[in-house]
Design a protein around this ligand. Sequence first.
Ligand code: PMP
Length: 409
Amino acid sequence: MNGNDDRAETDGGTAEGSARTEGGPSRFAPADRVESVPPSGIREFFEVAENRDDVISLGVGEPDFTAPWAARSAAIDSLERGRTSYTANRGMLDLREAIAGRVTRYGQSYDPDTEILVTTGASEAVDLAFRAFVNPGDTVALPTPTYVSYEPGVRFAGGEPLPVHTHHEDDWALTPEALLEAGADEADVLVLCYPNNPTGATMDADEMDAVADFCREHDLLVIADEIYAALTYEGDHQSIATRPGMRERTVVINGFSKAYAMTGLRLGYAMGPETAIDAMTKVHQYAMLSAPTTAQHAALAAIERCDDEVERMRREYDRRRRYVVSRLRELGIDVAEPGGAFYAFPRVADVAPEGDARAFATELLEAEGVAAVPGTAFGAGGEGHIRISYATGLDDLKEAMARLERFLS
Ligand code: PMP
């Protein structure tokens, strides 16, 4: 069991274990917004898994690789040189310049002076975007199954999440029909996450064009979380911000955690029109001052010197992806081909007790020591599915699939 589980996903707001329950009555009653957010559906699986030493975890949303040495040595070097002060609120200019250069590969063009903000992980950028652009009562459309932090983030900002169901049969792609059916034409903001956590779905050029048309027609702002862009296996990464008329209504979020295996360095960024980045910087400068300086030095080296290693990791994930998908299908489990990130989202309803994926995941963990996350942890639409992360070595994946086969028989 990897002890470094994905805290962003596992520590989702619960009041359990707080001073209130352990140290007698506390004067702190969580604010209504905090109280309204349910505990994370992932956490309990990690608690069981952590208490056993034979568990293979397919649950973590975190690379099993260590950050490339060039990035780590740049961090060490920055400390040796005594670079221990704050940076500019927006982040080091040379890092913003490097980011601007890097994202041209996705057809994106942003001014490092005014249109890029370096943040403490993509997580901070997501939170800032909600706080900067969501007014109390605003509706934020969230394609589901969804990454676990969006709904709480929207609620903390006082907004109303609106689930937009995507479907296995469409390979989990978002369509204008799904948006319309959910009432997203009336929404204020749409959050996009492609490549997707938890489904691994990517959008092709035509699908993205269609969503862009919908956003223009219904005047939606878009928060595009593209943290898995560099982990795309089929075709090119598609960014909605590159569609006509979309740059001015989109904030793009990206980061170093996934592609560079730098989760613990906590570095991400947001890009968008100057007014958007100014608003996010305003919140950031009071909440955070600046992103960690040491990590910024590491990130600069990552962009400048780690392309080969990123490509090596991407190829390894791709190899595992092919293996997992073909093994699942061999076992008679239906899975949409994931085009990016490091997740597969198979349907287990047909082989689960009463079609219940949560019961399936619990029994699989108890009987065979394989931890996967039930799809319901990712909101409506995940029923009957589990999320399998292949950010786990091929040997462990092979063993996990052998155990799954035994479990099914
Ligand atoms: N967005 C998505 C879709 C993610 O999966 C994650 C990490 N689980 C994040 C954002 C947060 O990344 P970071 O480590 O950069 O905060």
